[in-house]
Design a protein around this ligand. Structure first.
Ligand code: BGC
Length: 811
């Protein structure tokens, strides 16, 4: 390939310059198409006739690995049939460091182990369909505010001169933030999206230590790094620091300008030898190797010729070729291909069902039954019905009704949304119940009146959040507090003071404040879930009426006091460079280590049946050694022949052949002036030579292969001792001995398994403890080590209900 051809694959053609949210240039000579990059983690953004899957956070709440994989596969299938080459998901960062973090609903839960397993299963599912997954956002993107300069203007925002700086210490980096990335790399993820924020002072997309060392060297990542949209801040530095693809092509905010840090400037930097050709070759081989190894098989589709068969910028069947720029000839822009099938529908519904968490059920008032004298049911809350703007406001920023998804690039155009009102009415009618309904959150006199007559009231409430480019009621992506929205606390209070069987159903993008009503004895039951997608109402109604027994578990801790969570940084310092310390213990670790009693702990969730646990057994599979074995030596690097740099004229824009599309980013030079390498000031210490030893913690996909060895297998027996069928999630936690430095490793989740059991039936919970699961990061040796001592292993129903205990002694 020529330099121009290679550059063309590294640089997006520009926002709107192509059917997808990101489009690379193509190489027609070699039949390499423009690659389509499309959001996202919960389904395919900006198109029609697709499924609105339950959110990542809901998927994490299922604690069901099979469903995690199945959902990934279903999303991958739809992506494939729409012609997406690179799917921008799953989201495995944020890790959930901040309860109010806007994008927590996209990722799988506030724990690296859960996030890692769910991320890896999702990647395998997506890629099984021949679509490359690009996991996002690498790394430390824990809040939305200040993620990017110029995202907002006015007031304080004008002072923001650099994106927020996430400060992460070495051990925390390895044990918490990097952990799930090792899982997805191990699972063979093709792409990684670097984030908007800075990490330890340097922007994530030009942070050589993060990209070249931690990701590509230590974790052995073989795929490509793509920038978040406009997260690139330099041309040469980012290239040398490990960025392989820039998206959407232009500089942040300069959309449709054609101005890029790469494109022509990358061509120039290679021509003047500021960037070695070997680096460009590396970028392109990473991109193409992922593409060809994963995206090899095209499905049987009538539309193959016209893939992608949708446009992100118009819903019209025929429109201009570049609708976003109102440019180009009229052509078919959308084929409206309907690719939903039984498997995608089943997955969307099944994940929603298993994601619902029952927090309280005093007196066993749930499931709702006419046999308990429930004949008149009140459904209350705007969140029970549709938003007045309908389901599909742009990027889902209307949050006045039932909450199907959070807002931002991870939201999709739902094909429909089944509201709780609709689904409950149907079930109530089947049971000859009568229904009252109010969606008024503020006329409490009226609410008081109807609450008086209800045998039972079900109140729906929400708290939403999303991506930082959208502001809803003062919430700039992140939630400004943890309260329920739209006066819901008052609404609950009024109903519960008149109806002594009040059930509260909450949809939230993270933890919410339950204190105003959780101890109210008339609030007999509380259900909580993350956004559940199109089947929200159906799944909730099935749980309320007992057709489905709830089996979701909390993927985060619900505190009693707000100040027990890490706050959002919302002030910009004088110099305009906000800093964020991300080193406090994460979620349940903080509560456990500080002896703070949460309201509901991580991993908690009730059922309509009861389970008993017994017979914990621990079997050694491989004897543990304290130090990691050296990885085998690296294979020799494949060295591509370097192109002899030809005349600069060859790289000039071929104006005679065609005229540029406005705003399109091309690889061509616009003039012959290419400067010289002497004019570039390299970062201090930069050398083309590799100057470090291969890390002992590296050597394989996801790190040293030995890290993935199973050292112990753990089993326990679980029996359903209640009257109804149900699913049990067994959670395995480990207590570690103190480290050489005396530093304690907090108890943490290291296994989960879900079994479905009929009444009286027993099943086996199975866990595998990998070497990495009992290793800690030694900052001095820069390696994973196993500390000799006693390891306590617990299997239980939550992070605090640890019914079975055993131990292993490591010498
Ligand atoms: C988001 C990414 C997304 C991209 C393209 C950005 O604002 O942070 O996650 O993939 O937009 O839509």
């Amino acid at each position: 390939m020529t330099i121009l051809e290679k550059v063309n694959l590294t640089t997006g053609t520009g926002w709107g310059s192509g059917p997808c949210v990101g489009n690379t240039g193509s190489v027609p000579r070699l039949n390499i198409p423009s690659l389509c990059l499309q959001d996202g983690p919960n389904g395919i953004r900006f198109t029609d006739f697709i499924t609105n899957f339950p959110s990542g956070l809901a998927t994490g709440s299922t604690f069901n690995k099979h469903l995690m994989y199945t959902r990934g596969r279903a999303i991958g299938l739809e992506a494939k049939l729409k012609g997406v080459d690179i799917l921008l998901g799953p989201t495995i960062g944020p890790i959930g460091y901040k309860a109010q973090g806007g994008r927590n609903w996209e990722s799988f839960g506030f724990d690296p182990y859960l996030q890692g397993i769910a991320g890896a299963c999702t990647v395998q599912g997506i890629q099984s369909q021949g679509v490359v997954a690009a996991a996002r956002q690498f790394i430390g993107n824990e809040q939305e505010r200040f993620r990017q300069v110029n995202e907002w203007t006015g007031g304080d925002w004008d002072r923001l001169s650099e994106s927020i700086n996430s400060v992460i210490k070495d051990r925390v980096m390895h044990e918490i933030y990097l952990w799930p990335w090792a899982d997805v790399v191990h699972a063979g993820v093709g792409g990684v999206m670097c984030s908007y924020n800075r990490v330890n002072g340097t922007y994530a997309c030009e942070n050589s230590y993060l990209l070249n060392y931690l990701l590509k060297e230590e974790l052995g990542f073989q795929g490509f790094v793509v920038s978040d949209w406009g997260a690139q801040h330099t041309g040469v530095d980012s290239a040398l620091s490990g960025l392989d693809m820039t998206m959407p092509g232009e500089i942040f905010g300069d959309w449709c300008s054609g101005k890029s840090y790469w494109g022509p400037l990358l061509t120039r930097a290679v021509y003047n030898e500021t960037i070695p050709q070997s680096r460009l070759n590396d970028m392109v081989s990473r991109i193409l190797a992922s593409f060809f190894s994963i995206d090899s098989k095209l499905p049987n589709s009538d539309y193959e010729e016209d893939l992608p068969n949708f446009s992100s910028w118009t819903f019209h069947t025929y429109d201009q070729e570049f609708p976003f720029q109102s440019y180009g000839p009229i052509k078919q822009t959308n084929y409206h291909v309907d690719l939903r099938d039984d498997s995608t529908e089943w997955t969307a519904l099944e994940v929603a069902r298993e994601a619902i968490v029952l927090l309280k059920n005093d007196g066993h008032n749930l499931p709702i039954s006419e046999k308990d004298g429930i004949r008149r049911l009140l459904i209350a809350g705007a969140a029970a019905g549709p938003d007045s703007k309908g389901f599909n406001s742009k990027d889902q920023k209307s949050v006045g009704g039932a909450l199907f998804q959070g807002w931002g690039s991870a939201s999709v155009n739902a094909p429909y949304g089944i509201t709780p009102y609709e689904a409950i009415v149907q079930k109530a009618r089947e049971r000859d119940m009568v229904i009252d309904f109010t969606s008024d959150q503020y006329d409490l006199d009226h609410v008081d009146d109807i609450a008086e007559y209800a045998d039972m009231a079900v109140v729906f409430a929400v708290a939403s959040s999303g991506e930082g480019y959208i502001e809803v009621d003062g919430n700039f992506g992140d939630r400004k507090n943890l309260s329920l929205w739209q006066n819901s606390e008052e609404l609950i209070d009024h109903i519960a003071s008149r109806c002594h069987k009040t059930v509260v159903v909450i949809t939230a993008t993270g933890p919410v404040d339950l204190e105003p009503f959780i101890d109210n004895e008339n609030v007999v039951a509380v259900l909580l879930s993350a956004p559940l997608g199109q089947y929200f109402g159906k799944a909730i109604a099935e749980v309320l009426f007992g057709e489905v027994n709830p089996s979701g578990r909390l993927p985060f801790t619900i505190a009693r006091k707000w100040d027990q969570y890490v706050p959002i940084i919302d002030k910009i310092p004088i110099k305009g460079k906000p800093t964020d310390d991300l080193n406090r213990l994460l979620d349940y670790r903080f509560f456990d280590e500080n002896g703070i009693r949460p309201r509901f702990e991580f991993g908690y969730g009730l059922s309509y049946t009861k389970f008993s646990l017994s017979d914990l057994s621990i079997k050694e599979i491989l004897p543990p050694t304290t130090d990691l074995p050296y990885p085998p030596p690296y294979l020799d690097e494949y060295v591509f022949a370097e192109e002899k740099l030809r005349d600069v004229e060859d790289a000039l824009f071929p104006f005679k052949e065609f005229s540029p599309v406005p705003g399109f980013v091309y690889p061509y030079l616009f003039n012959e002036k290419i400067y010289s390498v002497d004019e570039y000031e390299y970062p201090e210490g930069y050398t083309e030579e590799e100057c470090y030893q291969e890390p002992i913690s590296g050597g394989g996909l996801g790190g040293n292969d030995a890290l993935w060895n199973t050292l112990y297998s753990v089993h326990a027996e679980v029996t359903n001792i209640g009257d109804v069928e149900g699913a049990y999630v067994g959670e395995l936690y480990i207590d570690y001995p103190s480290g050489y430095d005396g530093i304690k490793t907090p108890r943490q989740l290291r296994g989960f398994d879900k079994v479905h059991l009929k009444p009286g039936e027993s099943g086996k919970l199975e866990f595998e403890i990998l070497r990495r699961d009992i290793s800690v990061w030694d900052t001095e040796d820069q390696s994973w080590v196993i500390i000799p001592g006693t390891y306590k292993l617990y299997v239980g129903s939550s992070s605090r209900r640890l019914e079975l205990a055993g131990e292993v002694e490591i010498l």
